[in-house]
Design a protein around this ligand. Sequence first.
Ligand SMILES: Cc1ncc(COP(=O)(O)O)c(C=O)c1O
Length: 462
Amino acid sequence: MAVQQTTSSLDLHVDVDRTRVRASLEDALREAVQSGRLAPGARLPSSRALAADLRVARSTVVDVYEQLSAEGWLVSRHGSATTVADPVGRPSVPSGASAPTAVVPTYDLRAGTPDVTTFPRAEWTAALRTVLAAAPADALGYGDPRGRIELRQALASYLARARGVRLAPDDVVVCSGYRQSLWLLSRVLRAEGASSVAVEAFGHHAHRDVIVDAGLRTVALEVDDDGARPEHLDGHDAVVLTAAHQFPLGVVLSPVRRGEIVRWAAADRRVIVEDDYDGEFRYDRRGVGAMQALAPELVAYAGTASKTLAPGLRLAWLVLPPRLVEPVVELRRALLGQAPVLDQLVLAELLTSGRYDRHVRRTRLAYRGRRDRFVAEMAARSPGTPVLGLPAGLHSVVQLCEGDTEDAAVERASSRGLAVEGLGTYTLRPGLRPPSLVVGWATPPSHSFTAALRRLTLALAG
Ligand SMILES: Cc1ncc(COP(=O)(O)O)c(C=O)c1O
């Protein structure tokens, strides 16, 4: 599969085919130099940085740089950066020889990242000034592993008002991303004797891996139009659910199922982990309230700033049943860290000043606009195509035509310069759903969104 990466030190788009990493990286860099995308004299990232960005071995990048230097495309000097060679003396690609074929995706419709260009920079800067002027000196010490009290208080009021969560500031533990929240919870559950956790059959492999790495077994629950099916929960110690908006299918866990799952948990002090990753983005009605309100003593509610603000902040929060607070805090303490304190204070200030709500309202409107453009484009050019998950979130699931496969559709999209993923990328138990694409609406800049959708419908058509 081709993966497009942007390296940190240079805007360097390269496609790496995971089945032939070295050769495809070599082809992609040669093509970038030959086509002029990498100008003479441009400094390439260090082999260490490029290897980390592409998640390949550093020795592979070193080999590739050496090979391309030997061929005259690059210049490597011991102790200084590798640069693009001057055109004079560069090899020419013989006519008729197979020219490098790497296609650089121009449009990105993968799900996961919000529109980070909407990050409220001015509001963040203003809030930072405010908190720096007001924060006591001891706020800059190591601090409380539960997180700053200002943020926990602000979250308590926001989550009660916006998501219907029932909580007090002492129930909150600030974490560095949902993934860390899940990491902490999984280890605490394991330490308490849990051995098996039910997850939804569709979701992130990385999240399931976090649970498995803690020494727990996972079983995948089927998901239908009413959300995760609870009938096979018996025998498990906990369940992880995206109740308000199943990721990535987009369905809501029905009230009946919510009740059944709460009764299951109540019968033997089992734990429900509610991953409320994008509950703010609902377009057809008010947001679906958090399941936590039904049973605060059983539900560990997990929220994140990754969708509403930016994933790079790594700010998230757990609202815990009282008995889990202390063990989670102790583990967080053992990690010797809390989330960066100034970021916590800034988020608290945004929440209490109402700027966070205004930002969420603005971005919700913008995402709804994108959703509407997506619906209109699909209706005009792919009429009748089943699409799931339209009323909420930042992505949908588009079913492919009979006989089509996800690999073929992803490949057709890629040859049109479009990055998009098959549902298989998020399938923990194969065979439950027809082949589909998961289409994110958030990433392409607004001006290129229509062009990206046009390419999608062309790719869907075959
Ligand atoms: C299902 C789901 N849960 C949680 C998150 C948030 O994860 P994090 O807070 O680690 O960025 C995401 C982000 O993409 C997600 O898709």
